[in-house]
Design a protein around this ligand. Structure first.
Ligand SMILES: NC(=O)c1ccc[n+]([C@@H]2O[C@H](COP(=O)([O-])OP(=O)(O)OC[C@H]3O[C@@H](n4cnc5c(N)ncnc54)[C@H](OP(=O)(O)O)[C@@H]3O)[C@@H](O)[C@H]2O)c1
Length: 329
């Protein structure tokens, strides 16, 4: 059942697009749910899956914006991942439809926002990016078909922080990048544990880092910060040529959701359309026109004991655990 956290030589790479991954594939008769499926990488994921014949459902916190972006490509419903009542409402509507999910891709996220609290005072990045998806997948579990895959979109940002077991909510001082890092580590640990629990039911799970792509995700960063990072010029125009396009950025999540090369596997963290290697903890040195950057997956994001602990914690916080004898509260 356990899949080694090592490259498999998929034949794809950093420049592969979502359309490349699905070339020659016919996904007619399948159904995908893509959170955030109307912006950035989620939008390209929706386009690629729909282009291959899948029916796509996009739960959106701004349904009118989603409908305008998708133009009929996908079915739009309402979902705010920062509001557990909204998560429950969407899941109940979906379950009542009687349909089965073949691909569930959690692409929605917020990144490096100013300190914000949701629900009972939960730090917003952990609550939205992790707890919202945790509740969503657990509530949708009865609708997830045997043979389905769940993809949790993590990030190389997970290198910034493991789970801060002694100060989960940043009560001792907020750091926007550590908060993003913790949430993205949680996304990877969630996929690891979900794969252990769901695998016996034929449902496999993966986490992915999509690459670096200029999208609305960077909306909370100032122009000064983006200039200092070497991403854009004074007019906000992109200057870095090492960014992926959104079509390339969507490729790894589409690959993880659909590739036959991953049949029988699960729980692993992927990047550049392959399983990632364990990371040393040292960033890859800078290259021509490219800053030093992290690759691979840190030990704290593939730690089974922490994955199980996070699952228990998340089940307690959200009041839902599809794998417990009393699954829903
Ligand atoms: N772009 C990158 O370089 C990069 C790198 C590493 C990892 N990632 C990961 O890739 C994923 C996709 O990012 P992206 O670049 O495509 O970002 P994006 O264009 O900003 O898309 C994020 C989506 O999440 C939605 N969302 C945010 N908060 C939500 C909430 N409370 N409830 C429901 N939906 C919510 C947004 O909806 P609204 O538009 O309504 O706000 C948007 O549709 C994220 O998980 C991100 O962490 C991206």
């Amino acid at each position: 059942m356990t899949t080694a956290q090592h490259r498999i030589g998929s034949g794809f790479g950093a420049t592969t697009t979502a359309a490349d991954v699905l070339e020659g594939r016919d996904l007619s008769g399948t159904l995908a749910v893509v959170t955030g499926g109307y912006s950035g990488l989620g939008l390209e994921t929706t386009r690629a899956l729909a282009g291959a014949g899948a029916r796509v459902v996009v739960p959106a916190r701004r349904p009118e914006v989603a409908k305008a972006a998708l133009g009929g490509l996908a079915e739009v419903d309402e979902l705010d991942l920062g509001d557990l009542d909204s998560v429950r409402g969407f899941a109940e509507r979906f379950r009542e439809s009687g349909r089965r999910i073949d691909f569930l891709i959690g692409s929605a996220a917020i990144m490096a926002c100013p300190e914000a609290r949701v629900g009972p005072g939960w730090e917003a990045q952990f609550a939205t990016n992790h707890l919202g998806h945790f509740a969503l997948v657990n509530r949708l579990w009865p609708s997830i078909a045997p043979g389905a895959r769940v993809v949790s979109v993590s990030s190389r940002g997970h290198h910034f922080s493991g789970i801060r077991w002694d100060d989960l909510w940043f009560e001792q001082g907020y750091d926007k990048w550590q908060a993003y890092g913790q949430a993205k580590t949680a996304n990877a640990l969630f996929a690891l544990r979900l794969d252990e629990l769901g695998g016996p039911f034929g449902v496999r799970s993966f986490s992915v880092h999509p690459g670096s792509i200029l999208t609305p995700l960077q909306r909370h960063l100032s122009l000064e910060e983006k200039i200092a990072n070497g991403w854009v010029d004074e007019r906000g125009e992109p200057i870095a040529d090492w960014f992926k396009s959104p079509q390339q950025g969507a490729a790894t999540q589409v690959w993880a959701a659909t590739s036959p090369a991953l049949d029988g596997m699960g729980g692993v963290y992927c990047e550049d359309c392959d399983i990632a290697e364990p990371a040393s903890g040292e960033p890859l040195p800078s290259g021509p026109g490219r800053p030093a950057m992290y690759t691979g997956v840190r030990d704290w994001a593939v730690d089974r004991a922490q994955a199980a602990r996070l699952w228990e914690l998340s089940a307690g916080l959200t009041g839902v655990d599809a794998f417990s004898p009393a699954p829903l509260r």
